[in-house]
Design a protein around this ligand. Structure first.
Ligand code: DC
Length: 218
């Protein structure tokens, strides 16, 4: 049976999934699941304990909290989310995400976040693999140049040596790896609404999503 209480938002990096998930969760008072952050946290654990069994154990000591409708990860009461946002962590998360052990170790953590309060889940395989029964599925895309500009604007705040060229290259590499991996590749679910946000504002995307959610759950 389809679940009215789950909204999935999948798409490539810097397509605006995270911002959409945050405003949507706030508006609907839903819990938000940033699955990419879990993959990043897993890759952080794997770096400390480079085999899946120990990485899983290490991961179990981390705490996940929702602050202002965004997921944060804590290690020994320290918020390590800013570390997990580094591009280097994104790259290793993308590599590790192609392994079955990684995906198996994270799937129940993601599904356990479902509650009757509702869930907005963003990532790459939310609508296809993790929550195939979600009633409302969005696949958010944008031109790679638009996404690179957005990502560059974020990264330049903390790293003045970053270049547009390197950001665009990283986005292309990650898209390629995420789309071509054998397990849970980045593809739209058959029943997803595809929204191209290249020429839309964040409000436009939110309005389209709310309208679609209302239609799906009528
Ligand atoms: O959304 P993000 O950039 O934080 O995700 C980091 C990496 O994690 C992404 O390149 C691939 C992986 N990932 C995944 O395989 N499946 C998900 N549902 C979410 C992220």
């Amino acid at each position: 049976m389809k679940d009215n209480n789950i909204i999935t938002i999948d798409g490539p990096s810097a397509s605006g999934k995270g911002s959409l998930a945050k405003v949507l969760a706030k508006k609907l008072k839903f819990i938000s699941l940033d699955s990419g952050l879990l993959y990043r946290a897993y890759s952080y654990c794997f770096e400390k304990s480079p085999n899946h069994l120990d990485a899983k154990k290490y991961f179990s000591n981390l705490k996940i909290n929702i602050i202002d409708h965004k997921m944060h990860v804590f290690e020994n009461n320290i918020d390590i989310t800013p570390i997990l946002r580094h591009e280097s962590v994104a790259k290793s998360a993308s590599k590790l995400s192609s392994f079955k052990e990684t995906r198996d170790n994270l799937i129940s953590i993601q599904r356990n976040l479902v509650s009757k309060n509702g869930l907005v889940a963003d990532g790459r395989d939310m609508g296809t693999v993790v929550f195939p029964n979600a009633k409302t599925k969005i696949f958010l895309i944008a031109d790679e140049e638009v996404r690179a500009k957005r990502r560059y604007a974020e990264l330049i705040l903390n790293n003045s040596s970053i270049t547009m060229k390197s950001v665009l290259r990283d986005i292309r590499d990650r898209d390629d790896a995420d789309q071509k991996r054998y397990l849970s590749p980045l593809i739209p679910a058959k029943d997803a609404l595809v929204i191209d946000s290249s020429d839309l504002t964040e409000e436009d995307v939110l309005d389209l999503t709310i309208k679609y959610y209302t239609d799906c759950t009528k």
